[in-house]
Design a protein around this ligand. Structure first.
Ligand code: AMP
Ligand code: FES
Ligand code: ZN
Length: 309
């Protein structure tokens, strides 16, 4: 049987680290993962000055890994988990159950928000509509808005999400191709609050890959929703991720290099030259918005007309 290159334990399966390229046992993998996340959090000062912390947890492998690694690495830091039930059949209820069970087992406060019950529509209602954006884009707008609103209404000053290196590189890739400088300037490990109703956002897993989150979830025996969201199939996002995997095969460490170049080289310049949008308060809901009516309220009124409410 193969041996762990670190502690020499014989174990199956062994996990492959990317840098250095060696095989390790589950215990050594957990140590590696937890140390790397801790270093990322400290390096970017993610927890500096935090009074009340919330973690946005979907039930997927990344945000479940995030919650677990926080319990291990920062045992004295209290946090609340926010979960949104998006009303997607054969998917959302399973996500909610997983998150509820995890919170119960670990005595973590849970804030549950049910989109259908509170707003009268679900993300599933967007599935057939020929929409300007694809359903994932709509879903992203709804999630960002609601997570921020829940954080604001409950006095959380910082919200952590489970975005990992693969997610961020996929976003950067698209934004650089399209030259979307106003959006690029917002892609960073820590986004400070730009309005009294906007919580500070942190991404503790920004340097961890999809695979590392998966291995951590497996090593820690975490329950996570293993099926993909049924609405996401064949989306551009998934295809781009596949393309990035191919690039990484040709240019080793491509993902990390792109992230590092973005943060170190481009962000300081972008921050100097791109002015932040002027925010006012949405006339419908009072939350910060660039336009008179925010994109969430526009979406909500359109979909409510279509679902006949
Ligand atoms: P996604 O937009 O699906 O790539 O998710 C990015 C991050 O947003 C996740 O890692 C979570 O931190 C958070 N998130 C996504 N969906 C939910 C949800 N339904 N409830 C709470 N947080 C979520
Ligand atoms: Fe958002 Fe599937 S979870 S489209
Ligand atoms: Zn609004």
């Amino acid at each position: 049987m193969d041996k762990c290159s670190r502690c020499k334990t014989e174990e199956k399966p062994l996990f492959r680290l990317e840098n250095p390229n060696v095989l390790v046992c589950s215990q050594c993998f957990m140590n590696y993962y937890e140390k790397k996340v801790k270093n990322t959090v400290l390096k970017y000062g993610m927890l500096n000055g935090v009074r009340k912390l919330a973690l946005a947890v979907s039930g997927g492998k990344d945000s479940m890994a995030l919650a677990r690694v926080f319990l291990e690495v920062f045992p004295s830091i209290k946090f609340t988990i926010i979960h949104l039930n998006l009303g997607i059949p054969n998917y959302s209820d399973e996500c909610q159950e997983i998150v509820e069970k995890f919170c119960k087992e670990n005595s973590i406060e849970l804030l549950l928000y049910d989109l259908k019950k509170n707003n009268g529509y679900s993300i599933y209602d967007f599935r057939d509509i020929k929409y300007r954006e694809r359903v994932c884009g709509v879903c992203g707008t709804v999630k960002r808005y609601l997570m921020n609103k829940i954080a604001y209404e409950n006095g959380f000053d910082t919200m952590a999400t489970g975005h990992n290196l693969d997610d961020i590189v996929e976003i950067l890739f698209n934004l650089y191709i399209n030259g979307s400088v106003e959006e690029l300037v917002r892609i960073k490990p820590v986004s400070s609050s730009t309005h009294s109703k906007i919580a500070r956002k942190i991404k503790p897993l920004i340097e961890m890959t999809d695979k590392e989150d998966l291995y951590y979830a497996i090593s820690r025996n975490l329950n996570y929703v293993s099926s993909e969201c049924p609405l996401v199939k064949g989306s551009r996002m998934i295809n781009r991720k596949k393309l990035i995997i191919k690039i990484e095969e040709e240019i080793p460490n491509f993902k990390y290099l792109l992230l590092k170049t973005h943060i170190k080289r481009f962000l300081p310049l972008l921050e100097e030259y791109v002015s932040p949008p002027i925010l006012r308060e949405c006339e419908d809901c009072g939350m910060p918005s660039v336009n008179t009516i925010c994109s969430f309220c526009k979406l909500s009124s359109k979909i409510l007309k279509l679902v006949g409410k």
